[in-house]
Design a protein around this ligand. Structure first.
Ligand SMILES: [Zn+2]
Length: 244
């Protein structure tokens, strides 16, 4: 017959396993949420980068256009002076100035055209990234909603499992409970292990055949010779004979 203390300990152990599993599910939720957020941030960063690149090109183009305007004013002024010069030397100097100004205007016009083309390419990037962002928005929303739902369910599971553990705790007498808690503290919170296939399922140490035979009776609380966890044996479920 199963030792009643061992029975109570197994029930506590199983209740704690259920609680641990529920807590693990709950703990995963913020991690999953952060992973989704990181992907979302990455996409938003791509969109922001495309917008920033567009702005840089536009700004550079506007600066060039302002400079062109100043240069054109200068050219107009030089041209208006052409009729006022007295000597050929002055006239040649003025022509030279006009040539210089026109060369500067052409150089800036070329650059402004380059910036305009770059700006158009960046604007196309922005459009593409915005479309992609809108298209994936619903998917992200669904992923977040899924995590929220899982978290809510896990929270309920944890509550139920905590209550289950409290119930199981009541059934364990003081001395074996103290031993159980001492072992749990030393062994990462897990005080018991199943003895199966001739070995401790927690630390894999092999049992002597006689020890295994004794364990199968579940008549007393015994500890693994290696990891010190309390051992128990789960009998095979009876095989159902379906007949010929
Ligand atoms: Zn062990």
């Amino acid at each position: 017959m199963m030792n009643p203390e061992l029975q109570a300990l197994i029930e506590l152990h199983e209740a704690e396993n259920v609680l641990r599993a529920a807590e693990a599910l709950l703990a995963r939720c913020p991690v999953d949420r952060a992973a989704i957020q990181a992907r979302l941030d990455q996409e938003r960063a791509r969109l922001d980068a495309a917008r920033a690149a567009t702005e840089v090109s536009n700004k550079a183009r506007r600066k060039l256009e302002a400079e062109i305007q100043d240069l054109e004013t200068k050219r107009t002024k030089y041209k208006s002076q052409q009729g006022e010069v007295k000597t050929n030397k002055e006239y040649q100097a003025l022509l030279h100035e006009i040539e210089n100004v026109e060369r500067e205007i052409r150089g800036r016009e070329d650059k402004a055209l380059e910036e305009m083309e770059a700006g158009e390419a960046h604007a196309a990037d922005v459009k593409r990234e915005e479309a992609h962002f809108r298209a994936t928005e619903a998917q992200y929303k669904a992923e977040f909603a899924d995590v929220d739902a899982r978290e809510k369910a896990a929270r309920q599971q944890v509550e139920v499992a905590r209550a289950g553990r409290e119930t199981a705790l009541v059934g364990v007498p003081e001395a074996p409970l103290a031993q159980y808690q001492r072992i749990a503290k030393l062994r990462g919170g897990v005080a018991m292990a199943e003895a199966k296939d001739g070995c401790c399922q927690a630390c894999r140490v092999k049992m002597r055949p006689q020890q295994m035979l004794d364990l199968k009776k579940n008549e007393q609380v015994t500890q693994c010779p290696s990891c010190q966890r309390m051992l128990y044996f789960v009998p095979e479920p009876p095989t159902v004979d379906h007949g010929p």
